[in-house]
Design a binder for this molecule. Structure first.
Ligand code: CDP
Ligand code: MG
Length: 175
């Protein structure tokens, strides 16, 4: 029985290609997400083209790691998720751990990147860093998802716990 919860915030999470190809790691991260009381509002597997990735990571164009980042992100399937939590953006980023895996392995070993990250590029997951980026990134992966409608119709019922986890689709559904 879940306690009554405050207003929910939404964020966009991504399982990058390095972990998506390892089913037991995907399962372990899914378990962490549920343990941390996130709701999974949307979830789907995606295959990003080079062009998609360039658009998604536009802010990093020109940086020294841009090419290897784009190559990696378009190298295989990813999983995109819309997560809900009282403090979804910060909470998910805290669970992920800092960007740079080599450092994170020492400084935050029990985070997702600390546990499963391979390199500074192949660092397991992505998470939006602010409300505006979350809105843009949710639109990028789920163009049919309307935040306003979700808040108007569904947020209250998620908050009251009127949801059930579909373990196969890894998504919460209202009941
Ligand atoms: O993902 P996050 O917001 O923590 O980091 P970022 O600074 O926005 O960088 C985006 C992504 O670029 C990272 O998650 C890494 O995959 C990659 N990156 C890299 O390959 N080498 C770096 N020195 C920094 C970031
Ligand atoms: Mg970032």
């Amino acid at each position: 029985m879940m306690a009554t919860r405050g207003p929910l915030q939404l964020t966009l999470a991504l399982f990058k290609p390095d972990i998506t190809r390892v089913p037991h790691v995907v399962q372990a991260i899914r378990n962490r997400i549920i343990q941390e009381d996130f709701f999974v509002v949307r979830h789907k597997e995606v295959r990003l083209s080079r062009q998609d990735t360039e658009q998604f990571y536009e802010e990093h164009r020109g940086k020294f790691f841009y090419n290897r980042l784009v190559t990696f992100m378009s190298s295989g399937p990813s999983q995109a998720l819309i997560l809900a939590h009282e403090d979804a953006i910060k909470h998910w980023r805290a669970l992920m751990g800092p960007t740079k895996v080599y450092k994170t392995k020492y400084e935050a070993p029990d985070t997702i990147r600390g546990m499963y990250g391979l390199t500074d590029t192949r660092n397991s997951t992505h998470g939006s860093d602010a409300e505006e980026t979350a809105a843009r990134e949710m639109k990028f992966f789920f163009p049919e998802f309307c935040q306003e409608d979700w808040y108007r119709v569904e947020e209250d019922r998620f908050r009251k716990g009127q949801v059930r986890l579909d373990e196969v689709k890894f998504m919460h559904n209202l009941f």
